[in-house]
Design a protein around this ligand. Structure first.
Ligand code: DC
Length: 228
């Protein structure tokens, strides 16, 4: 049995399929999946509930000491987010929380506040962690770094389908515009902007479906870990 502890970083813009793919890879390899976007979303959720403008850094920083975010895993391996003890797993997926998460994630003190929490998760076990700055900031020594992308139109289309299936349909144009805005905010912020790490392997899923993307990732990971 291989006892080696390793880490896999998956970064990329929203809607590239990071979480679905990372979850599938984690299940296949029997390692922990950590969705770091959910942590930023939990902070966004708190800020929204408090009626704070997420761009007002001072007010956001002032409430950080009141926030305790925990990640727990249910028996089926699903990640649940606890905000001061309350399960907010469903609430953080609301579309309006996306913008709050994006805005609070541009505040350096918020990133600093969450850094150690993310790093500690990868210290004692093998993980696949997805986010925007995992390969560049959180786990710069990750054994495998993947930068997952897809054309923004494709990503918006996938999100539209997902929302439709969830029974909360939204128009394509609106979803596309929001995705473009979020891409811009995530890549242009001053601290830890979304960018490909020098040693990351780019994977573009614009023209390949889920199964092929998963096989491709598993293959890239095996090769990077020297398993074949
Ligand atoms: O992956 P997501 O859509 O759930 O992420 C929500 C927001 O959080 C996203 O707009 C950018 C931010 N984020 C970040 O800045 N760094 C991460 N490692 C993960 C997410």
């Amino acid at each position: 049995m291989n006892e080696r502890i390793y880490s896999i970083a998956i970064d990329g813009p929203s809607g590239a399929g990071k979480s679905t793919l990372a979850k599938a890879v984690a299940a296949q390899r029997g390692i922990l999946y950590v969705d770091t976007g959910a942590i930023y979303r939990s902070i966004g959720c708190y800020v929204r509930r408090k009626g704070i403008d997420p761009k007002d850094s001072e007010s956001v920083i002032a409430v950080l000491p009141e926030i305790h975010v925990d990640m727990v895993y249910s028996e089926d391996g699903l990640q649940h987010m606890l905000l001061n003890g309350e399960d907010v797993t469903t609430e953080i997926r609301l579309p309006e929380i996306s913008m709050y998460a994006s805005a609070v994630s541009a505040i350096p003190e918020v990133r600093e506040f969450l850094l150690e929490m993310q790093r500690s998760l990868a210290r004692t076990r093998s993980v696949i962690m997805d986010g925007r700055d995992i390969g560049t900031v959180v786990l710069p020594d990750a054994d495998v770094k993947i930068f997952l992308t897809a054309a923004v139109e494709k990503r918006a289309m996938r999100r539209v389908k997902e929302l439709e299936e969830r029974g909360t349909p939204r128009p394509y144009e609106e979803v596309l515009r929001e995705m473009q805005q979020r891409d811009w905010a995530d890549t242009h912020r001053e601290i830890a902007p979304l960018k490909q790490a020098d040693d990351a392997i780019p994977v573009d899923t614009s023209d390949i479906g889920f199964e092929d993307s998963k096989l491709l990732l598993l293959d890239v990971i095996r090769r990077r870990l020297g398993e074949e």
